[in-house]
Design a protein around this ligand. Structure first.
Ligand code: SF4
Length: 437
């Protein structure tokens, strides 16, 4: 088997692997599988997480592919928050939730920090009436710098946020503006300073390599400024072009060539960032994360989810993984609110994973951490993953993408930079050629 790992151009439809089976295989006719899983009694010892989708943003970024709204009035936002609380309550009544504690919570979006302090406190109070994160080890909150002030950050600390994630993306104002970001660099510095003063246990910053207008010089300057801030961890994405971004639609409708740098260039930029952070005592904590060695930087949300842990996603179009079933909520604001007003869970598509699919899901996701413990798969699935996928692993080993070493499979630097381009070789043959999303 030969694995192609070096595509060059950034084309519309390029994606990164974030779940398995591909989203195109999740179907409305399988929703009963999700409901059946929720009707089973709780396995109290299993880790449980809650993801909350806050789909509001100040502006839509040109590269955004999430479900977001930039035109909702305060009254509509409040209806949405009540609906989230209602959804959380419905889950709390299921058999599968009885006796379980949340181990982590994740506020994603959209822009969770878009909502006001008052709305935030209202939401948290409402959620905690039914499912409390008082004992959670990690509460992550995504923020857009321009939506923050010091009081709001203090409120976040107060409600239990342990991991603040700042969507900086870039430091160059021309690049930020060309990509439709709502914030500029002065807002980044102001927000970061406040966040440090409020003293969150962990501050992550997000960067994107290869935005419109990116150059070698601008990227190096962005990395220099990121290093200067001394964040606890940095997540660095390579710009992609899923179908539903403004950039992708411009390419498809106007026939223009992709304005995004090619993959080898973006990998070079990511590699440069890795080198700069490694030289300052950080370590590589995944294919896109560097973390400081000075303190323990965990990311429980990612680790639990990628080890098959249960996570319920509430909110419009949110994704869940629960008892080996993947499912997603209604992806339209009005439908989401209406269904919950009828006292029903708003799940619109699902897929129950076979044992083999659970194994593949965990294996491809854990490969994205850069290291795979084969013993884990032997214990959990009774499978030697190297033997099971020998032709693919051997080919990747020949290409210096990974190495096998005493029960672990470790990605090389090249493997870390190219991971999303070879993971689909582990997919079941009939799912390699289907549309991913
Ligand atoms: S801030 Fe994030 S979620 Fe909002 S439009 Fe930009 S990329 Fe999308």
């Amino acid at each position: 088997m030969t694995v192609e790992v070096s595509q060059t151009r950034t084309e519309v439809g390029n994606y990164f692997v974030s779940n398995y089976p591909p989203f195109s295989q999740w179907k409305a006719e399988y929703v009963s599988q999700a409901l059946d899983a929720l009707a089973q009694p709780a396995r109290v010892e299993d880790p449980l997480g809650l993801y909350l989708h806050i789909p509001f943003c100040r502006k839509r970024c040109h590269f955004c592919y999430f479900k977001v709204y930039t035109d909702k009035k305060s009254s509509e936002i409040e209806v949405y928050l009540d609906t989230l609380i209602k959804e959380n309550e419905l889950y709390s009544r299921t058999a599968a939730f009885q006796g379980r504690q949340l181990r982590f919570a994740y506020f994603g979006g959209g822009t969770p920090s878009y909502i006001s302090e008052k709305q935030l406190r209202y939401l948290v109070e409402g959620l905690n009436r039914h499912v409390s994160w008082a004992n959670a080890e990690e509460v992550t909150f995504e923020c857009e710098p321009g939506t923050l002030n010091k009081n709001k950050l203090e409120t976040l600390k107060d409600i239990g946020v342990t991991r603040l994630s700042l969507g900086i993306e870039h430091f160059d104002d021309e690049v930020l503006a060309a990509n439709g970001r709502a914030h500029l660099s002065p807002e980044i510095y102001r927000a970061y300073q406040w966040a440090r003063e409020v003293d969150f246990p962990q501050i992550n910053i997000d960067l994107i390599a290869g935005m419109i207008g990116e150059t070698e010089e601008k990227w190096r300057e962005t990395v220099r400024r990121a290093v200067e801030l001394e964040p606890d961890s940095v997540t660095i994405y390579q710009m992609e072009l899923p179908y539903n971004t403004v950039i992708s639609q411009d390419i498809l409708k106007k026939g223009i060539t992709s304005p995004i740098a090619d993959w080898p260039t973006k990998r070079g930029w990511l590699n440069y960032a890795f080198e700069q952070f490694l030289a300052r005592g950080y370590e590589i904590a995944g294919t896109d994360i560097v973390a400081t060695k000075k303190k323990t930087c965990r990311f429980i949300y990612r680790d639990a989810l990628w080890h098959g842990g249960d996570m319920i996603g509430i909110g419009v179009s949110s994704f869940s993984h629960f008892s080996g079933v993947n499912f997603q909520n209604a992806h339209n604001f009005e439908d989401y609110v209406r269904i919950l007003n009828e006292d029903r869970l708003p799940i619109y598509r699902a897929v129950s994973l076979t044992p083999k699919q659970r194994l593949i899901r965990e294996m491809v996701l854990q490969l994205k951490t850069g290291i795979l413990d084969t013993g884990y798969f032997r214990r959990k699935f009774g499978v030697d993953v190297w033997e099971e996928f020998r032709p693919v692993y051997e080919d990747l080993e020949d290409k210096s993408v990974l190495q096998r070493d005493n029960g672990t499979i470790r990605l090389t630097r090249r493997g870390l930079l190219e991971v999303d381009h070879f993971l689909l070789e582990f997919f079941e043959p009939e799912l390699r050629t289907v549309r991913y999303a």
